[in-house]
Ligand binder design. Structure first.
Ligand code: SF4
Length: 330
């Protein structure tokens, strides 16, 4: 039996925020101790949203900086940029021939994107899950770190694999979920998932001052108007964020909040300090990498080389199985 192999794609959205870190990146780092891992900064995927592409090159670089600074270890793990291994585009094309349109048109995220960008409902949006499947199976990866909310996407990849294997013979393993305990991190607005587009986030790369400023703007218990009012930590997102960065202090904060022992300004100050303490070594490493872009590009080049080494024979096997004639050198 082939060895387990993890694959995850990370959207090239640029500087990652602390929600990305808690929800995904820290798990990618931990998985390196359990499995061989392949992580791809998926830039082709960004082309489905034209508004993201002006800064795509810079975003790929910034995303890579965050991943490396957070602990993705290029000695053990293959880290590369999706478009640097173009075999994935060829596999995407071949897989697209076995996927019924109906499967893709009913994907909820396609419908959401189509609503969000009605002037640009492009083919790539429809084919997104096929490209995602190609990303995974190009390396015959059998483990994909996902949260429960992403299970339907993975199920579609599994259906595509089953259909391909049925038509052309056993080729790909069905990718399984490596379920993560990814917390849903609510943004500083206290309502929505932390997200760059909603500007309710703190970036991993933020300075300590920026972090303090952002955390100071967080929405808390909206019924607590005066410093002397007791608060309700159970409805306050600042309190939930304390869980991630300073869990031992939470009982004390609960007690202080409910007795008006501390005010929200003090509480946010404690949270900002905890976030800054937590990310200080990561930020330091990030600054070092940022100052040496050649080193970062070398990591990506070596990652693409190693990824292509795995991808090429897999693509050759696929082309043979679907009946494409081999190219012969003259
Ligand atoms: Fe929230 Fe802290 Fe204010 Fe209580 S003291 S409402 S936990 S910010």
């Amino acid at each position: 039996m082939a060895e387990d192999r993890v694959f995850a794609g990370i959207r090239a959205t640029g500087r990652q925020h602390i929600g990305n870190y808690l929800g995904a990146i820290q798990n990618f780092v931990a998985l390196q101790d359990k499995y061989p891992c392949i992580y791809s900064v998926v830039d082709y995927h960004s082309l489905t949203t034209l508004s993201e592409t002006d800064e795509l090159k810079a975003n790929v670089f910034e995303t890579t900086l965050d991943l490396l600074a957070a602990g993705i270890d290029p000695e053990r793990t293959i880290l590369y940029v999706q478009s640097h291994v173009p075999e994935v585009a060829e596999l995407h094309l071949i897989l697209s021939m076995v996927v019924p349109n109906g499967w893709l048109l009913r994907v909820p995220t396609f419908k959401e994107k189509a609503r969000a960008q009605p002037d640009n409902v492009n083919y790539g949006l429809v084919g997104y899950p096929v490209l995602q499947t190609a990303d995974i199976v190009l390396y015959k990866a059998n483990k994909v770190p996902v949260g429960r909310d992403q299970l339907p996407h993975l199920e579609l990849a599994r259906e595509i694999v089953r259909r391909f294997n049925r038509h052309f013979g056993e080729t790909f393993p069905e990718p399984e979920a490596e379920l993560t305990n990814a917390p849903a991190v609510v943004g500083l607005d206290g309502t929505n998932k932390m997200s760059k587009s909603l500007n309710n986030h703190v970036e991993i790369a933020s300075s300590e001052e920026e972090t303090e400023k952002r955390v100071r703007s967080a929405v808390t218990d909206t019924q607590r108007r005066l410093r002397s009012d007791p608060g309700r930590p159970e409805v306050c997102n600042v309190y939930s964020l304390h869980e991630f960065f300073d869990p031992e202090k939470r009982p004390w904060i609960y007690e202080q909040c409910t007795t008006a022992g501390i005010g929200c300004v003090d509480c946010k100050g404690i949270l900002a300090d905890a976030i800054n303490d937590f990310f200080r070594p990561i930020r330091e490493r990030r600054r070092e990498l940022e100052a040496d872009p050649d080193q970062v590009h070398a990591v990506l080049a070596e990652g693409a080389r190693r990824a292509a080494e795995i991808a090429r024979p897999v693509l050759a096997e696929v082309k043979d199985k679907v009946g494409l004639p081999p190219r012969r050198e003259s």
